[in-house]
Write a protein that binds this ligand. Sequence first.
Ligand code: ZN
Length: 278
Amino acid sequence: MKNIFIATAVLLSGCAGTWESTPVVERMYVITCGENHVKDLARFTGQAADKDKAVVFSDYCYLIRHAKGWMLWDTGNADRLAAMPNGLQTPVATAYMRKPLAESLKEIGVAPEQIQHFAMSHHHGDHSGNANYFGTSTLYMQQAEYDAVFGAEPQKYGVAVANFEKLRGAKTVKLNGDHDVFGDGSVVIKSTPGDTPGHQSLFVRLAKTGKVLLSGDMVHQSVNWDAMRAPGFNFNVERSVQSMREMDVYLKQTGAKLWINHDMVQNQAIPKAPAFVE
Ligand SMILES: [Zn+2]
């Protein structure tokens, strides 16, 4: 009986110790980085009922303050779109950038050169629009994405090459899977290929908000998450669904919430920069 008691006490104190020392980031700014007015939701859902249904996709950048430095995740639509009040027409959507990222960073009080760690979920223009600001940061990119962007055939992958001009010579950490950015488990890049060859998502641990997984375009809308389905235009649809299933397991294991970048309704209640989440 005594032995059982001791074993339980050790177990409990072990848990308490782990809990108290769990590293978290200090805060995270969710920055509005544009809007994409999608003309036909069916392109994303594959559902006949969504044909020609217009939907506004939100578009966020995430600035993370960790004790060891700043990290930026995604860069949204290009700031130059701010000079286009009627937006930029693309085959899929009309893209807007009402408040430039440069302005939002200034408001927070952080210059691009102060951001040591930089990663994008993937190369698409609504995430890489302002990537060139961060040529002095350390770039974290999956090898497969790096090869698509900087390889011999970027056009094959629909890469907007101009978005990456200043990153070609940047200090780059090429990844082949997950990566713990600060080495303490508080910010972890998760490999989620499918939408693009080297797509990635970001796990972040916050003290009050809890754990969140920033989707990137691993999934675009909650309706697709609920149905575990991926758009037909993805680089690899089957791998996209596999990444979703893997992240579903990961969310259950960690207890993290999924924050879907382009789901405007899901994001409504989350405070936006210059406010922050802790
Ligand atoms: Zn996107």
